[in-house]
Design a protein. Structure first.
Length: 94
């Protein structure tokens, strides 16, 4: 599976990239079925709501349907973990 990690209006460090790749590859259900995973972090200038400052959009592409989800949080990894913890298992049926 190809994992592409990028950032809009923010820098994505190598540590974050490797953590995201490890987290996505650890989800057993998607390892064999998904051919490409795209993860985009977007920094937003939100006033009054710091928990919406970072958005993580994850797109999983396979031969079948495309699964797309996003999480919002103050931190990049928290936003990413909001999706990868349970949603990937719930979104993809065996």
């Amino acid at each position: 599976m190809d994992v592409i990690v990028s950032g809009r209006h923010c820098h994505v460090s190598d540590d974050v990239r490797s953590q995201v790749e490890d987290r996505l590859l650890a989800v057993d259900k998607i390892r064999d079925r998904v051919t490409r995973a795209e993860v985009v972090f977007t920094a937003q200038n939100v006033k009054g709501s710091p928990d919406q400052a970072m958005t993580c959009e994850i797109t999983l592409r396979s031969r079948g349907p495309v699964v797309r989800a996003e999480g919002h949080a103050e931190d990049k990894m928290v936003a990413c973990l909001l999706y990868t913890s349970d949603a990937a298992d719930d979104s993809l049926r065996v």
